[in-house]
Design a protein around this ligand. Structure first.
Ligand code: NAP
Length: 252
């Protein structure tokens, strides 16, 4: 049994994979959740094991409640849960709200919002000192989009991340007396596969010159903020949302 277990939803690629790797270096046994890319998840696990750490890959769609329950049961077999990173999230193709189908909105909100709520529910059951747990920390992945709104492009995604901001503040207050801190990061444009999944494989290169720092961020730059929020260094920070956006989210 390892002492501190961390679950990273969507830990197979991008920000989640960087978080899983840094989490292992910080001493967590890491549960690398993924939706379908088993090879990518196994590569993260192999990296962690090569560095002397402990990790397992667990397939599961955070848009499906039964998968979430099974994910946490798999994590229980590693040891007591200390950290949840609600990272799994999706975007869709650029579209105006007038063209958005109910199916599109259902998928967006089910994965990005409901999935984060249900993962937090399972984490609270295990970590809350009011329920016999030892406390812990939850970090949610918001986005600069929550402030920017992304009108004409992805208002559904932006609104899902606005919900994550409110969820973070509300859950932080709910759990502040139960040994669980709840925080979030708001990344700006980060160089990962998510842009290609939304039909814009060249988005990072195209938008970089217009960003305040003239470049996108890296997954590791976001992961470092996540690891700080999870650590004891952040012991008086709850309800805190850190912008990791190279100045983007403070643009008008
Ligand atoms: P990414 O590169 O597209 O990776 C997404 C990860 O989530 C993959 O590991 C994927 O698994 C997993 N995933 C997708 N749908 C899932 C589901 N239904 N259930 C479980 N896992 C699922 O994404 P990213 O750019 O690292 O983004 C991570 C988070 O940061 C998201 O919440 C995103 O909204 C947020 N964010 C990203 C940016 C950015 O510019 N990249 C900016 C702001 C916020 P598979 O490998 O199996 O597909």
């Amino acid at each position: 049994m390892t002492e501190r277990v961390m679950i990273v939803t969507g830990g197979s690629r991008g920000i989640g994979a960087a978080t899983a790797r840094l989490g292992a270096k910080a001493g967590y046994a890491v549960v690398v959740n993924y939706a379908s890319n088993e090879a990518a998840a196994k590569a993260v696990v192999a990296d962690i094991e090569a560095g002397g750490g402990t990790a397992i890959a667990v397939k599961g769609d955070v848009g499906v409640e039964a998968d979430i329950v099974a994910l946490f049961e798999a994590a229980d077999r590693l040891g007591p849960l200390a950290a949840l990173v609600n990272n799994a999230g999706v975007v869709d193709a650029v579209a105006p709200v007038a063209e958005m189908s109910a199916d599109r909105l259902d998928r967006m909100f089910r994965i990005n919002i409901t999935g984060s709520f249900l993962c937090a529910r399972e984490a609270v059951k295990r970590m809350s000192t009011a329920r016999g747990g030892q406390g812990g920390a939850i970090v949610n992945l918001s986005s600069a989009a929550a402030k920017l709104g992304l009108g004409g492009a992805r208002v559904d995604y932006a609104a899902s991340k606005g919900a994550i901001d409110t969820f973070t503040v509300g859950l932080a207050k709910e759990l502040a007396g139960e040994g669980i801190r709840v925080t979030a990061v708001r990344p700006g444009i980060i160089a990962t596969d998510i842009h290609a999944s939304g039909g814009e494989p060249d988005r990072v290169e195209e938008i970089a010159p217009s960003l305040p720092m003239r470049r996108a961020g890296t997954a590791e730059e976001v992961a470092r903020a996540i690891l700080w929020l999870l650590s004891d260094e952040a012991s008086y920070s709850t309800g805190t949302i850190i912008d990791v956006s190279g100045g983007r989210s403070i643009l008008p």
